[in-house]
Design a protein around this ligand. Structure first.
Ligand code: HAM
Length: 446
């Protein structure tokens, strides 16, 4: 084949093979804020006693049908399902809770009379219409607690999410809560709701007309304007809770009040998943546009038993990590540069620079070195562009004299440091004063 033909074919591949719609690459410039978000989540949840669980990205399709719910939008319209080579129906997980529940059952983590606190971080997949803050592959950061029906656990779960948002400086955070009762009180409410909406059936969207029969609660959070208008007449679920469920909600509200956590009660917050019982909640942030839900969660006291496990109450949430990354203020989202950039001049100095980089890295210093570069000016401008705190200059003269020049880039102050005294050099790289994170020199004349 002619070289030009090969080239043309390669060009065509480059032009046509792109990231799949609704997926995206997190490039190095953005990865720092992802790391900040994930590390902050791990540390925050660890303070609350949560341990990490990692479950597979794909599971048996049946798992989601049985847990997320056959009638939910996720299962009906949004799953990435396929038959594998062994003839099994497999689905890329659209949410984290079902896999965690399956793992908890499979490994006997539930039903021992203990409270099990778990968290997870990872990709989820939903075939939704992509837009700002809504993707087909997105990442969730979630927690699940098994083994306690205490209202204080519902509040603990909300607090863990709020603590993470506060730590990351997210602005305009607001918490909405509701109760969807237990299947008994929900069944009675369904009848009342159906009766109230039936006279307005013509105003409902086609999905909600169907839901009137199958799952009228979902009409409460339909975004279509006609449905919003039609449900104005709908009675509040909170007026139809049984005594125990109403008592649970009262306790949740009392504890939130005691902790002075601001919240709003939203009786229409039913959430689009079938497993919830009693408490549901959502946390939004301002400035995210239409997709402003940062976190959704609630209690699911029947889910473990419905999968054949011992009766085990559960409660949890998932945060949309892509949205959280967008909500972190730019001032916090900056990736720090390396501690040190080594500028080398000449062949001999390059060997010395490579040795210096290895020695300092093994002492915990992050070092950047561009071995291909020659000119000092170019290397110094790369050092500044990399946001390094220090530049270490090694040239022929420095090698002859057995000293390097160390420059603090924030104020361009320069001093001479003994060559090859890696321990001393590594100590200098460390900020000595938390109020001076750029790192002061310990002594100007050592
Ligand atoms: P969910 O409300 O379906 O709940 O999702 C939780 C969060 O994931 C949403 O608030 C949103 O931030 C994010 N999210 C959902 N879909 C997308 C998407 N297409 N693109 C970007 N972000 C998205 C659950 O998944 C439940 N498993 C939460 C839970 C855990 N309940 C109890 N335990």
């Amino acid at each position: 084949m002619l070289a030009s033909t090969v080239h043309a074919m390669a060009e065509q591949i480059r032009a046509t093979i792109k990231a799949i719609k609704g997926t995206r690459d997190v490039l190095p410039g953005e990865a720092g804020v992802w790391q900040l978000v994930e590390e902050s989540a791990r540390d925050t949840f660890a303070r609350y006693g949560y341990r990490e669980i990692r479950t597979p990205v794909f599971e048996a399709t049946e798992l989601f049908q049985k847990t997320t719910g056959e009638e939910t939008d996720i299962v009906v319209k949004e799953m990435y399902s396929f038959t594998d080579r062994g003839g099994r129906s497999i689905t890329l997980r659209p949410e984290g809770t079902p896999g965690v529940v399956r793992a908890v059952l499979e490994h006997g983590l539930a039903g021992r009379g203990e409270v099990e606190r778990l968290y997870y971080i990872g990709p989820m997949f939903r075939y939704e219409r992509p837009q700002k803050g809504r993707f087909r592959q997105f990442s969730q950061i979630g927690i699940e607690v098994f083994g306690s029906s205490a209202p204080a656990v519902d509040v603990e779960v909300m607090q863990a999410a709020l603590a993470l948002f506060e730590r990351l400086g997210v602005e305009g955070v607001s918490l909405q809560i509701n109760s969807v009762g237990h299947p008994g009180c929900r069944g009675a409410y369904r009848q009342v709701l159906r009766a109230a909406l039936l006279p307005r059936i013509d105003a409902l969207c086609p999905d909600c007309r169907r839901r009137l029969d199958t799952n009228p609660l979902r009409i409460l959070d339909c975004k279509v304007p006609g449905c919003a208008e039609a449900r104005r007449a709908a009675p509040s679920i909170l007026d139809h809770l049984c005594g125990d469920c109403a008592g649970h909600m009262t306790q949740v509200r009392r504890i939130l009040g005691y902790l002075e956590v601001p919240y709003e009660v939203n009786p229409r917050l039913v959430r689009g998943l079938d497993y919830y019982t009693r408490t549901t909640f959502e946390i939004t942030a301002s400035g995210l546009g239409a997709q402003n839900a940062l976190c959704g969660g609630g209690r699911y006291d029947d889910l473990v038993a419905s999968m054949g496990g011992p009766p085990t109450p559960g409660c949890g949430f998932a945060i949309g990590a892509d949205r959280l990354v967008m909500a972190v203020p730019a001032s916090r989202a900056q990736t720090p540069g390396p501690d040190l950039f080594i500028v080398h001049l000449g062949e001999a100095a390059l060997d010395e620079a490579v040795a210096a980089a290895a020695a300092l890295r093994s002492r915990g210093v992050s070092v950047r070195l561009d071995p291909g570069a020659r000119e000092m000016k170019k290397q110094m401008s790369r050092a500044s562009a990399s946001s390094a705190r220090f530049a270490l200059i090694i040239g022929d003269q420095e090698l002859r004299e057995g000293v390097y020049a160390l420059k603090r880039l924030a104020d361009q102050t320069q001093e001479r440091v003994a060559a090859r005294d890696w321990d001393a050099l590594a100590r200098r790289m460390r900020p000595v004063d938390p109020a001076d994170p750029a790192g002061s020199f310990i002594s100007r004349d050592r």
